[in-house]
Design a protein around this ligand. Structure first.
Ligand code: PBG
Length: 324
């Protein structure tokens, strides 16, 4: 089966995330997961966001859950000695990301919504999102690797595997892989409309995933591209079986969010990316001014048609009661 609308309804927490009308219910908090124990490293370009080992992450998420933040997106940060040209470690159940998913799911079960980043870039020694062959990022050699990573996340218990790589045809391949492994309740959040943006800089510091040569222009969308290509990407991912369609970045593409949300039937997510977060942090000297700015930004996402908002501001917005 290609399309399983029940995936987004599978748990009350998934239903709140996708279909709730309040801003709080649609927020997703991102996290960076590293190896080791007791690790809680600040990221200088992203004040307030840390890289955490599984034990620390569990206590962070415990506090988040107690405040009512139930949706979490996990990014792996892979030690350089675990990186290679094919990202082979990314699909190992021993990695901190898979361990975190297992532990969080055994603790919270259906009360938590866990999304996991599926891409090669954090685990390749060259930092590219795919397999490099003849100095190019090879689409079709990358797909099987993405499928392995997605399956390992789903087996660990992820609610949504989040394909951020921008290879052609990967949603269909991941769907087929999940179906043949019997993982029929796992959803796919597709970064369908992801631009080759200059707003990802702080994230690449955080995840140590910057490409060592070249750029991401051959797979991520051209920033000059018009609505036709955005709709083509969104509609084809929807047909391939994506359960949530993402547009990224958010602030500079709100017009695209509106176009995409009018064109697809599945929930639409926006990613309020690292550079957008850092800009707001740099522009606001105190909590009061930040609260107002973030509230205004979140309403702009909703107005553009976003059902789900992934934002590094989630925790402070919920903790500070900024959204009432
Ligand atoms: C991995 C990935 C990136 C982001 C999310 N997943 C970086 C990239 O494409 O280089 C960016 C997130 C952010 O900037 O907050 N491919």
């Amino acid at each position: 089966m290609n399309i399983r609308p029940r995936i987004n309804r599978w748990t009350p927490a998934r239903r709140d995330l996708n279909f709730g009308h309040s801003i709080i219910s649609c927020l997703v908090q991102p996290h960076f997961v590293v190896a080791g124990s007791g690790v809680d490293q600040e990221i200088s370009s992203m004040p307030g966001i840390n890289r955490q080992s599984v034990d620390v992450l569990l206590s962070t998420i415990a506090k988040d859950m107690a405040m009512g933040i139930t949706a979490h997106m996990l990014f792996p940060v892979v030690d350089s000695h675990d990186k290679d040209s094919t990202a082979s470690k990314a699909s190992s159940q021993d990695m901190p990301l898979q361990q975190a998913v297992k532990q969080l799911k055994s603790k919270y079960g259906k009360d938590i919504v866990l999304m996991t980043d599926v891409c090669l870039c954090t685990a390749t020694d060259h930092g590219h999102c795919g397999i490099v062959h003849n100095h190019e990022i090879d689409n079709d050699l990358t797909i099987p690797e993405l499928c392995k990573i997605a399956q390992s996340h789903a087996e660990a218990g992820a609610d949504y595997v989040s394909a951020s790589d921008m290879m052609d045809g990967r949603v269909k391949a991941i769907r087929t892989t999940l179906e043949s492994a019997g993982l029929v309740n796992t959803g796919i959040l597709s970064y369908s409309v992801k631009y080759a943006s200059s707003f990802y800089g702080p994230f690449r510091d955080a995840a140590s995933s910057a490409p060592s040569f070249g750029d991401r222009g051959s797979h991520q969308m051209d920033i000059r591209s018009g609505y036709d290509e955005a709709i083509l990407e969104a509609v084809s991912d929807e047909a391939e079986g994506a359960d949530i369609i993402m547009v990224k970045p958010a602030l500079t593409y709100l017009d695209v969010v509106r176009q995409v949300s009018d064109a697809v039937a599945r929930p639409v997510a926006v990613y309020n990316v690292s550079g957008e977060y850092s800009m707001v942090m740099a522009a606001t000297p105190d909590e009061e001014s930040r609260a107002k700015m973030v509230r205004e930004i979140f309403h702009s996402f909703k107005r553009a048609g976003a059902d789900v908002i992934v934002s590094y501001h989630t925790r402070e917005a919920v903790a500070g009661n900024w959204l009432n």
